[in-house]
Ligand binder design. Structure first.
Ligand SMILES: Cc1cc2nc3c(=O)[nH]c(=O)nc-3n(C[C@H](O)[C@H](O)[C@H](O)COP(=O)(O)O)c2cc1C
Length: 170
């Protein structure tokens, strides 16, 4: 008998597109629902960038209004977003701190420009959530679209529960 596929939500925040492309790949592989997080306070050019850095350093994590009220309908949720000042980006941290009905299985996939220690960002995120993630990964921008990047994604999906979905061709 075939196993029932898990209902997976892929919640992402992306300021400049890297995490969005990653989340889109993950949603394809997991046959999941892609959910974009909104954070207009960081949208506008250099000012948005500076505010992101400032808020992150101050650990000022604000959750602006989102398109979803709860994530309780999902069997598992994958959170995807960038690293800011060595922490997960503040919208991600704000979400992890809320009572938004996370399922038991929550996984975290961060993107970075490669000079951040992954363990530190994962640990801070787990503290925000109040428990461990079922899978964690970090993809440096320079690995995007490379074989090594693909292997990182494969490893993450294996860690997440050996859910076998077709690998993209080409
Ligand atoms: C305010 C700010 C702070 C950042 N701090 C770090 C950092 O500490 N370490 C790092 O490796 N990358 C850092 N980055 C780079 C992003 O993590 C990286 O470019 C990421 O892939 C961006 O994801 P996005 O395109 O989905 O927004 C920072 C980016 C911003 C905007």
């Amino acid at each position: 008998m075939e196993a029932t596929p898990l209902n997976t939500g892929i919640v992402f925040y992306s300021r400049s597109g890297h995490s969005e492309r990653l989340a889109s790949k993950l949603s394809h592989r997991l046959n999941g629902t892609l959910i974009r997080m909104s954070a207009p306070r960081y949208s506008f050019g250099v000012f948005g960038y500076m505010r992101a850095g400032y808020d992150s350093l101050r650990q000022n994590c604000v959750l602006e209004p989102q398109s979803f009220a709860s994530l309780a309908k999902f069997d598992q949720v994958v959170i995807c977003g960038p690293v800011w000042t060595s922490y997960p980006a503040t919208p991600i941290r704000a979400l992890l701190r809320t009572d938004v009905g996370f399922p038991q299985n929550v996984a975290l996939f961060l993107t970075s420009s490669s000079h951040s220690p992954a363990q530190k960002a994962w640990a801070v995120a787990a503290q925000d959530l109040g428990r461990s993630f079922v899978a964690t990964a970090m993809l440096g921008n320079s690995l995007e679209g490379t074989d090594k990047g693909q292997r990182l994604i494969d490893q993450f999906l294996d860690e997440l529960g050996a859910i076998h979905h077709p690998k993209p061709t080409g």
